[in-house]
Design a protein. Sequence first.
Length: 179
Amino acid sequence: MLPIVTLGLACAAPPASGPAVGDKPAPYSFVVCTGAQRGKLHCFVCDAADKPFVAFFAREPSPALGTLARRCEDAARLAKGADAKGWVTFLKPDQLAFDATARRFATEHNLAAFSVGVFEDVVGPPDYKIAADAAITVVIASGAKVRSTFAFTDGSLGTMEADGILKAWKATLTPGAPK
């Protein structure tokens, strides 16, 4: 008989971050660094109303975040009639100090339709309950309801996780999907 050996591998659970599924997404404004609203405080949740949107909250730019945002922007563009919105919100104490970094992030990842900006508080919008250990939180909503949330600690957003988010986003964009 062979002995069974188990190794105690610690797999950290993703942080609980973002509004609860089914909640109405709360409006919040942030300083926009790219696009038509550049330099202004703007509420994209207000613009989206009951239309589909994906919002990324991040503490730092990363290639994984940029690639995922780009893929979600592409999916929104290809979804005929969805009129979907999306944006990246960096949580920083000073928008002006981070402006060039935010603009470079948008340029490097070819984000044209999705705006990038800064919420000037590292905690994030209070109603969004962004976890302190969440490097990235993704909120997908439509029909004025949160459909899904995802959160990742620093460096834990991999290809499989990004594929899952993209799948949830595409399902939200699909005609006949629950609103």
